[in-house]
Design a protein around this ligand. Structure first.
Ligand code: SAH
Ligand code: SF4
Ligand code: F3S
Length: 440
């Protein structure tokens, strides 16, 4: 028997990349690879990259420089670049860093085994096509191995919205939804392997419209109800949603589907209608707030989360103030804010840029507001009883860490509780990044 080859994968970017890295590891598992946590031991290093902001993309090249050095001691080492930088830059990556053997875009991962064989043979391999065949079907490997209690499951990929700042429609391509039956098969397989909570993923997950069992187009809400019937699956989440695709049935499901967790990530990007229009977001502040009002009617305790861009071209202090006002009004349990980053090829890249120091200063003010709201919400949890899905051992002996239905990290001293168990926990203390509780 030959020793297995070792694969080191480094994942950047969004949750879909986390999901994709698992699929790539499984696909290469068929080629005799096992995963390692040590790049120096690897026969193949794969970087699964993100192109969303300039910093994310530049990090790839500095990291590649470090990995290249490992080839000196290990001439068998092959280096691959996957993900959104691979899609956006293609062959340019190999020109900039000749140590790279393989470049594969997100729509071609099912072709990795052939590509691996090619680079093992001494060649290079490049594939950034948007092929017709069903990538997900070909990537299906169904390993039986046990896994942790939570999992991601991609149900939709790509985006047709073309926000003026965003590379995703170019790197992930047009919106595609997977058929319901395949998603249910994958969910059942995950549950058999110990998964209790599934987060449905899509760049525009609530635009999901995959083929249903009866031959009709399904919807995200219908898919959630189908998953609700999967025995052993206890929790359902989904991300990321666009405000314009929050349908009545999806809003309603938050009030009626007990497996659907009371947490919604609904990026708005800006609180100024003028900027939203320039961003090509196709919703207004008012329509966004209306969605939130309705979802809070359906599920009063829902925790809101969002994304913001500050310093978008032409953003004035008044526009920024409107964003601050919106944040204060919604009160987010979590919010992610970014300084606008110019992405080549997107419409906003051509416009008058906001002064960088000004944008930095706005970002700090926004983050201060967000942190203070977040803190207040966390403190308001003290005294409340939440349900916690325990995921792993805590830092101290006898302690475990899990997530509440609101996605807060909760740690508690436990006895007789195992990974994957859900227990009622009374919160006794709010720490900076987690809550401490007592099992009731
Ligand atoms: N599909 C999701 C998120 C895509 S990227 C959505 O539609 O919301 C995640 C976040 O990155 C975005 O919500 C946005 O806030 C931020 N982002 C995207 N492009 C950016 C850019 N050019 N500069 C700064 N932030 C950006
Ligand atoms: Fe990007 Fe906009 Fe599509 Fe989200 S909706 S992925 S921000 S283009
Ligand atoms: Fe980044 Fe691509 Fe995800 S650009 S955020 S890895 S879709």
């Amino acid at each position: 028997m030959t020793a297995p080859k070792k694969l080191f994968i480094k994942t950047y970017g969004c949750q879909m990349n986390v999901y994709d890295s698992e699929r790539m590891a499984e696909a290469l598992g068929g080629q005799g690879y096992v995963e390692t946590n040590t790049p120096a031991d690897a026969d193949m290093i794969l970087m699964n990259t993100c192109h969303i902001r300039e910093k994310a993309a530049e990090k790839v090249y500095s990291e590649l420089g470090r990995f290249k050095a490992l080839k000196v001691d290990n001439p068998n080492l092959k280096i691959g670049v996957a993900g959104c930088v691979a899609q956006a830059e293609g062959a340019e990556i190999m020109r900039r860093q000749p140590a790279v053997d393989l470049v594969v875009g997100p729509q071609s991962y099912h072709r990795l085994p052939e590509m691996e064989a090619k680079v093992r043979g001494g060649g290079t391999a490049l594939d950034t096509d948007f092929p017709e065949e069903d990538k997900f079907e070909k990537l299906k490997s169904r390993p039986k191995a046990a896994r942790g209690p939570t999992a991601f499951l991609t149900v939709q990929e790509g985006c047709d919205k073309f926000c003026a700042f965003c590379v995703v429609p170019y790197t992930r391509g047009a919106e595609v939804s997977r058929p319901v039956s395949r998603i249910l098969d994958e969910a059942r397989n995950l549950v058999e392997r110990g998964v209790r909570e599934i987060t449905l993923l899509g760049q525009n997950v609530n635009a999901y419209h995959g083929l249903g069992a009866n031959g009709d187009e399904s919807t995200l809400a219908k898919l959630i109800w189908d998953l609700d019937k999967v025995d052993g699956l206890e929790r359902i989440r989904f991300t990321t949603s666009h405000p314009n695709d929050m349908t009545d049935e999806l809003i309603e499901a938050h009030g009626t589907c007990s497996k659907l967790m009371p947490y919604l990530h609904l990026p708005v990007q800006s609180g100024s209608d003028r900027i939203l229009k320039r961003m090509n977001r196709s919703h207004t502040v008012e329509s966004y707030l209306k969605v939130i009002e309705r979802i809070r009617e359906a599920r009063p305790d829902i925790l809101m989360s969002g994304d913001f861009i500050v310093g978008f071209p032409e953003e004035t202090e008044a526009d920024f103030q409107a964003t601050l006002d919106l944040v204060k009004e919604v009160k987010y349990g979590y919010a992610y804010s970014f300084k606008y980053s110019t992405r080549p090829g997107t419409p906003a890249a051509e416009r008058a840029q906001v002064d960088a120091a000004e944008a930095d200063e706005r970002l700090q003010r926004l983050q201060a507001q967000i942190t203070s709201d977040q803190r207040e919400i966390q403190e308001s949890m003290v005294g409340r009883t939440v349900s916690v899905l325990f995921e792993k051992a805590g830092r101290e002996p006898g302690q475990m860490i899990g997530k509440s239905e609101y996605l807060h990290a909760v740690h508690a001293d436990v006895t007789g509780i195992a990974k994957g168990d859900i227990a009622q926990v009374r919160i006794v203390e709010a720490k900076t990044n987690s809550l401490r509780g007592e099992v009731v």
